[in-house]
Design a protein around this ligand. Structure first.
Ligand code: PLP
Length: 408
C-alpha cells in the first residue's frame, strides 16, 4: 500500500491505491478459440493420484532408433541453422519420391512445403483462405483445430454429422447436399480424429469429383494415413483426384513414426498454391526445425518395418478396446478402422462432459468428452488406445462396474 501525506497533520498514513484492471485487448477473433473441452479434465487429473489416461492424442510408442540417431547426427554435424523456406532439399526430394511411388503420382519439389507439423500446414491453408462469405464444410465430430481457425478468419463452418450407428462413416450424398453457393472448401480428415473412421475409395472419389466440378477446395488432413488396420488400400486425395488445383494434402511424421514432438509436417498441392503458402510460411514460422527434418529423411528412406510393427500393436489394442467397449453398459461402440481412437455413444440424453468428469473423479479414468469435437456429439466420449492393452484392461476393470451402477 502506498503512503500519502496527511495535509492537516503532516503525518503520513497508508493510502489505498486503485489499480485499474487491465482490459484484455485481444483481437475479437480470439473469441473463436474455445476453452479446450479437455482442459477441465486434465486439470483435475493433475490433482489426482493413480489416473489412467485414455485421453492421449499422441503415440505412446518410442521413436525408432535410426530416426533419433539421424536427429542427433544432424546436431553433431552442426545442422542448427535455417533451411530453405520450402524445407530441407533432401526432405523435399524424399517426400516427392515417397509419394510418387506410393500413389503413382508425379510430383516435383515445388508441389511440397515443409511445415512445423500438420498443425502449421492446416493453419496456413485455412487462415490464408478463410474469409467472410466463405463456407467450409467440416464433419461433426472433427479434430478441434479446424472450426476455430475457420471462424477466426471470418469464414463460416457448416457441419455434416457422422454417427456411431453408421461407424462414423461419411455419407457422400450428405456432403454433396450440404454444398451450396457459399461453399468454398471441405475439410476431409481421413482417417478421422476423434472417430477412427477410414473413408473408403468410393466415398473419397465421389466427394472429390463433386468438389472438382463445383470448384470447391479440399483440405485433406491425412496425418493418420499409415495407422490403418483393416484395409491395404488407403484412399488418399493424392490418388483419387485428377489434378491438384483444388487440393491441399496435409500430413506429418507425428503419428506414423512417433515423432509428434519433432514437429515436421507438410502440404502437397499445385505449384501455384505452394508458392503462395511458402510466402505466408516465411511470415509465420519461417522454417521447420532443421535436425528434425534430417530425422524425417531417415524416417522416409529407412526400413519401414518399424511402421508395420507399430500398426500391428495399434491393431491389437483396437481389437481389445472394441471388445471392452462392447462389454460396457450404456456404451455403443463400432469398429474404428484407423488412427488410435474410438468414439462410442452414450444413451442420447446423457451429457458426455458431465459423465467424463464424474467418471474421472470416481474411477480415476480420464477420457475426452465428445463436445470437445463438435456440436452433435455431446453424448459421446473419445477413448484413445495409445496405451498398452494392460492399461486398457485396467481402465475398463474400473469403468465397467461403475457404468453398471449408473441409472440413465
Ligand atoms: C487429425 C489431426 N490433424 C493434425 C494433427 C496435428 O499433427 P502435428 O503433430 O503434425 O501437428 C493431429 C494431432 O493430434 C490430428 O489428430
Amino acid at each position: 500500500m502506498a503512503e500519502a501525506a496527511n495535509n492537516e497533520t503532516g503525518q503520513t498514513k497508508p493510502r489505498k491505491v486503485k489499480y485499474r484492471k487491465s482490459k484484455a485487448s485481444w483481437n475479437p477473433a480470439m473469441q473463436a478459440v474455445p476453452i479446450p473441452g479437455i482442459r477441465r479434465m486434465v486439470n483435475m487429473a493433475a490433482t489426482m493420484k493413480d489416473v489412467i489416461h485414455l485421453s492421449i492424442g499422441q503415440p505412446d510408442l518410442p521413436t525408432p532408433k535410426h530416426i533419433i540417431d539421424a536427429y542427433i547426427d544432424a546436431l553433431n554435424a552442426g545442422q542448427t541453422g535455417y533451411t530453405m523456406d520450402a524445407g530441407l532439399p533432401e526432405l523435399l526430394v524424399a517426400l516427392r519420391d515417397y509419394y510418387g511411388k506410393r500413389y503413382n503420382r508425379r510430383l516435383t519439389r515445388d508441389n511440397i512445403l515443409i511445415t512445423s507439423g500438420a498443425t502449421e500446414a492446416m493453419y496456413l491453408a485455412i487462415s490464408a483462405t478463410s474469409a467472410p462469405g466463405r463456407q467450409f464444410i467440416v464433419t461433426d465430430p472433427s479434430f478441434l483445430l479446424y472450426a476455430p481457425l475457420i471462424r477466426m478468419n471470418g469464414g463460416e463452418v457448416k457441419f455434416v454429422p457422422t454417427r456411431a450407428e453408421n461407424n462414423h462413416q461419411l455419407d457422400p450424398d450428405e456432403v454433396i447436399r450440404a454444398m451450396g453457393a457459399r461453399t468454398f472448401a471441405l475439410i476431409l480428415n481421413n482417417p478421422n480424429n476423434p472417430t477412427g473412421a477410414v473413408y473408403p475409395r468410393s466415398t473419397v472419389e465421389t466427394i472429390l469429383e463433386e468438389c472438382a466440378y463445383r470448384g470447391v477446395q479440399v483440405y485433406a488432413d491425412e496425418v493418420y494415413d499409415h495407422l490403418i488396420f483393416d484395409d491395404d488400400d488407403f484412399a488418399s486425395v493424392l490418388n483419387c483426384s485428377m489434378d491438384l488445383d483444388n487440393i491441399m494434402c496435409i500430413s506429418s511424421f507425428s503419428k506414423t513414426y512417433s515423432m509428434a514432438g519433432l514437429r515436421v509436417g507438410w502440404v502437397i498441392s499445385s505449384q501455384a498454391a505452394i508458392k503462395s503458402l511458402r510466402r505466408y510460411h516465411m511470415f509465420t514460422t519461417s522454417v521447420a526445425n532443421t535436425p528434425s527434418q534430417f530425422a524425417g529423411v531417415a524416417a522416409l528412406t529407412g526400413d519401414q518395418q518399424c511402421v508395420k510393427d507399430m500398426v500391428d500393436i495399434y491393431r491389437e489394442r483396437r481389437d481389445k478396446v472394441v471388445e471392452l467397449i462392447d462389454q460396457t453398459p450404456y456404451l455403443t461402440g463400432y469398429k474404428p478402422g484407423g488412427a488410435f481412437f474410438a468414439f462410442p455413444d452414450l444413451p442420447p440424453h446423457v451429457d458426455g462432459s458431465d459423465l467424463s468428469l464424474r467418471m474421472l473423479k470416481e474411477t480415476g479414468v480420464c477420457v475426452v468428452p465428445g463436445d470437445a469435437f463438435g456440436e452433435h456429439c455431446t453424448n459421446a466420449v473419445r477413448i484413445s488406445f495409445s496405451t498398452t492393452c494392460e492399461k486398457l484392461e485396467e481402465a475398463f476393470d474400473r469403468i465397467i462396474p461403475w457404468m453398471a451402477k449408473q441409472q440413465f
